[in-house]
Design a protein around this ligand. Structure first.
Ligand SMILES: [Fe+2]
Ligand SMILES: [Fe+2]
Length: 294
């Protein structure tokens, strides 16, 4: 309110009537001084709040910086930890190779085929990588199978076959209780890579969706690789024959053994399998004569 309006329209109404102009001026001046003091107080409070706000902002920036440093350190630690786990997987692969459980080239092919298939199934890259690395340990449990069974030339008898089947459970025991997602994934695959969609697999005879998808995928890739490879009981089949056996069956292998969605994917991308397999052709130097694959 302006000084003139205060003079022209005294706010106290009748009470102000009769006051002299000088008294009204004094009154108005006093009110103006009061406004100025209030304004100063408000300005002081605002400035105090601004200072406080700036302090809080600085504190928040500091917290954000510390959080970022801690996030980077955690990422670094988890990266180092995963690389340690990867190193463990590779050392176990070496152990399997020394023990003549698998040839190195077979493990590389399974790894490659699983990675390719997982990507065509549009699994997230992280998951595809996990399966790619972990699938190399699918038969690690064969470390626990006796030489007389593992290296036997010719068919296994019933008792030997039952022993051979335990490589799934032995593999799972070897890999259990790890905090590493990589080793947990490897355990799941080692345990279930011989389960079949129709329930005719082992060790538990799981049916359909009860079988972990990663194990279903490894099972398909392992079967394709087995068909393409020489075994004591069979020759190596060419790609076309392997496809016919997987997709139509041959009495021993049946399409009902496989997840229909994965088999469908295989029928669409089988040339990818062929290319990947051909690129990692069996290296004679790594072939172990007389190996039996379960
Ligand atoms: Fe196996
Ligand atoms: Fe295998």
């Amino acid at each position: 309110m302006s000084l003139l309006s205060l003079m022209a329209n005294p706010r106290d109404g009748d009470a102000d009537r009769g006051l002299s102009l000088e008294a009204r001026l004094d009154q108005a001046q006093e009110k103006l001084l009061q406004y100025a003091r209030d304004l100063d107080t408000t300005r002081g409070l605002l400035s105090q709040r601004e200072t406080e706000l700036a302090r809080v902002q600085r504190q928040l920036s500091l917290y954000a910086e510390r959080l970022e440093v801690s996030r980077r350190a955690t990422a670094q630690r988890s990266c180092e930890l995963e690389s340690v786990h990867l190193d463990t997987v590779r050392r176990l692969m070496q152990a399997a190779k020394f023990r003549d459980c698998e040839t190195g080239v077979h493990l590389r092919r399974i790894s490659r085929l699983c990675g390719e298939a997982a990507r065509y199934l549009a699994w997230p890259e992280e998951e595809a990588l996990l399966v790619q690395e972990a699938s190399a340990l699918h038969d690690i449990g064969k470390i626990g199978i006796s030489d007389s069974i593992l290296g036997k030339e010719g068919p296994l008898n019933d008792d030997e076959w039952q022993m051979m089947k335990t490589h799934t459970v032995i593999g799972a025991q070897l890999l259990e209780n790890s905090a590493s997602p990589l080793l947990q994934c490897a355990r799941e695959i080692a345990l279930c890579h011989h389960e079949r969609w129709d329930g005719s697999g082992y060790p538990y005879g799981l049916v359909g969706d009860a079988i972990p998808p990663r194990a279903r995928l490894v099972m398909l890739c392992d079967q394709y690789d087995a068909l393409r490879s020489v075994r004591p009981y069979k020759p190596a089949y060419d790609h076309a024959t392997a496809c016919t056996i997987l997709l139509e069956g041959d009495g021993k292998t049946r399409p009902q053994h496989f997840d229909p969605a994965f088999l469908d994917l295989f029928s669409n991308i089988h040339t990818i399998f062929e290319t990947a397999w051909d690129e990692l052709m069996l290296d004679d130097s790594e072939t172990v004569a007389g190996l039996l694959y379960a």
